[in-house]
Structures are given as C-alpha cells and as structure tokens.
Ligand binder design. Sequence first.
Ligand code: MSP
Length: 653
Amino acid sequence: MSDKTFYITTPIYYPSDKLHIGHALTTTMADTLARYKKMQGYDTFFLTGSDEHGQKIERRAKEAGLMPKDFVDRIVASFKQLWRALDINYSDFIRTSDERHRKVVQALFKKIYDQGDIYKSEYEGWYCTPCETFWTERQLKEGLCPDCGRPVELLKEESYFFKMSKYADRLVDYIESHPDFIQPATRKNEMLQFIKQGLEDLCVSRTTFNWGIPVPIDEKHVIYVWFDALTNYISALGYGTDDPSLFEKYWPHAVHLVGKDIMRFHTIIWPIILMAAGIELPKKVFGHGWLLVDGSKMSKSKGNVVDPLVLIDQYGSDAIRYFLLREMPYGSDGYYSDEALILRINTDLANDYGNLLSRTTSMLNKFCQGIIPEPGQAEPIDEDLKVIAKGLPKQVDEALNNFEFSAALAAIWKLINKANKYIEETAPWALAKDPAKEKRLHTVMYNLVEAIRISTVYITPFMPNTPAKVWAQLGLSEQPEVQTWESILEWGGTPTGIKINRGEPIFPRIEVKEAGSESPAAGKVKEEKKVEETKKEHPQVKDDNANVISIDDFAKVELRVAEVIEAKKVEKADKLLELKVRIGEEERTIVAGIALHYAPEELVGKKIVVVYNLKPAKLRGITSQGMLLAASLGDKLSILTVDKDVPSGAKVK
Ligand code: MSP
C-alpha cells in the first residue's frame, strides 16, 4: 500500500442551527491539510458531514412543525452552502440519516452485541436534553447541567450498555505506545488521566425518542448518539459492505480533527468501539482549542455568534481562511474580533503579500518593459532570500504534519517579509538609473518574482483563490508546472522572458471608519457631546478637554498579555532588566526599568501586560519591543499581572 495516502475528517456537525465561525475553523483546517497533501501527490480523501439524530433535533423539528428529516434537510443545505462559499473541497459528505450509514451502524452494533460486549440493563441518570447527555449526581453543578447550566431531569430507562471498562487497559497501552495518536500532548495527558480514573460502561441506546437508528436486535430502542455519530468515519468508506475498497485504502491513514470538547469521545469511546470490532485505530486525533468571541464561547443567548457567510461576503473566503488559520494558536483557544480580522487583512495580506506583488510588478513595468528578466549578476545578499526559501519545505511540512497552521503561515511570511526587505536593501530604482548595473537589476527583479512564486505555491492550500490572481499578474497562468510543490523545492523555477500583466491590488486595504465620522463636523459635535456627558457622570473630570480621551483614542493602544520566559539584568544599568516574553506565538525583548523592585528570577513564568503596538526603542543598545505596565506610587512599584490564567497574546481592553 502506498505511503502517500491521506484520510482527513472533520466532526459531523449537528444540524440544529446554522454553523458559526468556530465550526468553519475545523473544516478550514481539514480542507487546508487535504489540499496540501494533494499538492504533494498524496491520494487524499476528505470527509465531512452532519450528525442528524437525537432528541434535540426531534424537538426542534417539532417546534418548527416539520418532520425531523425535512427539518435537517434545510439546515444541511445551509452547511453545504457555507462550505461552497468557503471553498471547502470535500470528497464526501456523510449524513447519519443516509441509508448507507444506517446499515453500517446496525451491523457494527450487532457484531459487538453478538460477541457479548453490549448487554441490556437499566440506566438511571440526570439527563440534559439540550446537551443530550446523562450526568451522574456527582457531575452536576449546583443541580444543573455542568456544560450548559440548564435544568436536568432524572430519567430511568432500559438501555443497552457497551463494556468500555473491559478495554481500558488496552487503550492506555495503545496511547502510551503511540505517542502521536493524541495531539497536542497536553490533551493526551488529560485523556490518560481520565481513563486511569476508571471507565464506566457506556449507555448506547435510548427509548425516550424515535429519531435515530433502531437497535437491530430490539426495535424499541434507538442507537444513542456517539455510537451512531462516530461510526460515520467508516460508514462513509463502505466498511462492512460489499465494496469496502475505500475503507481498505484510506482507513489505515485516518486523521481526525476535532474541537477540544469532543476529544474524549474520539480518543476513548471511538478507539474502544474500534478495538471491540477488531478494526485498527486511526493514526491521529488532533484537538484544537475554541475560537472565542469577547472571551467566551459563541451562543445565541449571549448574542455573540459570528456568521461566517457574512464575513466571506464582506472580505472574501481567502481572507477568512487566512485569519482562522493564522490567528489560532496551536492547541489552545483563539480570539475572533472584527479588529483582529481587519488587522490581519491589512497587515499580512495587503501590506506584506499584496504590496510585494504590487511593487514588484510596478518595477517590472518601469524598469524591465514588463518582462520577467534573465538573472545576471548575483551578490551575497541574494543568498539571504534563497536560504529562507530553501528551509521552507521542511518547516512548512513539519508544522502542517503537527497541525501547527499558524506556524506554517508564519514561516511562509518570513520569505514574504524578507523579499520586502530585499527591495529596500537592493533599491532597484537606484540600479535602474545606472545602465552599467542592468544585470544586477535583472537579478534583483528575477529574485523578487521567484520569491513571490514560491510563497504563492505555499499559500495555495490555505487560500485557494488568490494564486490564480497572482499567476495572472505574473503571466504564469498557462504554466502549471511552475505552480507545483516540486517546482518550489529548488530556487530558480520561474521562466524568463514572460510578459506580466500588472493588475488591481489582490488584497485592498480595509479602511476602518472612525466611530461617528460620517463627516468631520458630525464627528466633532459627537466628541464634544461625549465630553459633556463624561463631565456630568464624573465631576472630577476637569473642565479641560485635554485630559479626556475617547474610547477610540484608548483603542489605539494595543495591550496584550505576555508571558515572561527569561529575565536578566542589563549590564551597567542598575534599574534595567531585559525580559524575553512570549506574546501568542511571538517572542519579543522588552527592557523595563524595574530592576530595583524585582529580581529577574521572580519574573519568569509571570503573565504580565504589555503595550504591544509601541514603536520599538533602543535602551542601552538593546531594542525594546514594547513596554510593560506597572503601578507605582512613591518608591512602591508593582507590575500588572492577570487574575486568571489566560493564554499569552490575549488582548487587554
Ligand atoms: N455532532 C458532534 C460531533 C460528532 S463527530 C463524530 C458535535 N457537533 S457540533 O456541531 O456541536 O460541534 C462540532 C465541532 O465544532 C466540534 O469539534 C466543536 O468543538 C466545534 N466547535 C463548536 N464551537 C466552536 C468554537 N467556538 N470554536 C472552535 N470549534 C468549535 O459536537
């Protein structure tokens, strides 16, 4: 069997409502990996779908006056519409209401029942209908559902149980002997701890609702949620049917992407079902963090649900995909805000990438008659660019194989940023003035096109629409051989003598309208009114406008949480400490005048607050990239830290 086979799945989503931007995250990750592997010549299968059964959907359908199937049909149509808009190129969409799925679930259930690993008993527990979960007395929080906080009801019913406990030791052995199985490693440890506490047998049937797959040996019961849902990953491949060819080919290469909340189901229940059925386990399960809005999970009641279709409409699918993949830190939670999205678009896409293309094509028109020139005279500085390009295949590959999407993009952006710097360093406009430097000019311009070509191939799986625009501008649309993974492994694949077609900016900057700036006059009136209101509410505010700032002024200062990873004294400066801090994935150096108040070792590991967008300044020859916040009065000084453990990089506002 070829090693170059790849099977990637997303969770199957509940069609109880429209999907939000958090759901779009998992699917974008899966789509990017599938496209990336395809680009590398892998035979790839990408599965997504919908998890349609259960009491909650049955109730929602009833409320809407529809049969459950008609109700879910409408919502599933909206899923597919979203995936089209987001350029999600799945190989198959499985619905748990599909007949092909029912057959496999029933056969699997029967097989496990026949071998004695499913038995009938009675279940009593506290049931949360919205979450479709039974809880034990101990798990409830103040008598309410520990997940959603809503009331629960005590239910008792005859049920079938799956002997999970029988397989617990085997699962622990498997997880410990397959260190890549659960990622990130922190989640692996969490899961191991959970299993080692002891597993209870799992209730796998219900009689309290009808909208589900009947238990094959007892039609009063329907198969309960996880046994039904998880099986989608193999039913879609035809496991146990007359044609198991897809299963045989792809299953040994399975990678499941899921959110952290459903890790337990995928790394405990699912592997045990597979073990009981004698099926090998998936290769990897990766649990990503949540995308939070205003610091919390999206919910209708909080009114903070972000609709990805609206954003795609406004900013385009590639920009949304880029934001999701770039902004999500590895394995932990990320934050959505309109400001963060616009910042990414304006900085990374418009300024860095878009501008590189725009400047290069403009200079090609001005200095090279719009033709990609033959490179001539090389100089050592060219090597800086080539070295970065040379290191990229390994870096990007490692990052993506470890689900570090943001790190992969950061590595690609190093090349883009280096190319922008190369323009400043080589100053093509100066070379163009001197006919004796024509060969050098041609080399520089060639290298710039090559850097754009290479970075564009890399970004293709992340942003599938943008490359076509770049190829059109570079005159390379008809040259598919220079758009491939193989073509970027060596420097110099761009053909010469090609006529370019400079076009519109590929990522126009988003103009951010100041609040209340319909017209400057209207803005001023509003500003004065605000000051008046502030004075009324806070009489201590002096009759001196200079002291009062608007919320927009405050918003200009970007404050972030940073984790101190190293600290040392600055030589010959009694008051200064040099700190190395981590802000999200970035590391920065900050020089702070706190040496009289803190010993360096006291600071390491602390989460502090820093001004993130302060212009860097040199202090004693060290560039300080930000400023930490501290409260001081007289000779007392205390640095600001955060009250709860929020991830570094979190915004402070
Ligand atoms: N139907 C089950 C999955 C069964 S898989 C065999 C389910 N569905 S869901 O629609 O509620 O959630 C699907 C996925 O979306 C989960 O992985 C969940 O973690 C993810 N997300 C839901 N909200 C999210 C965010 N705000 N951010 C990131 N992912 C989020 O669970």
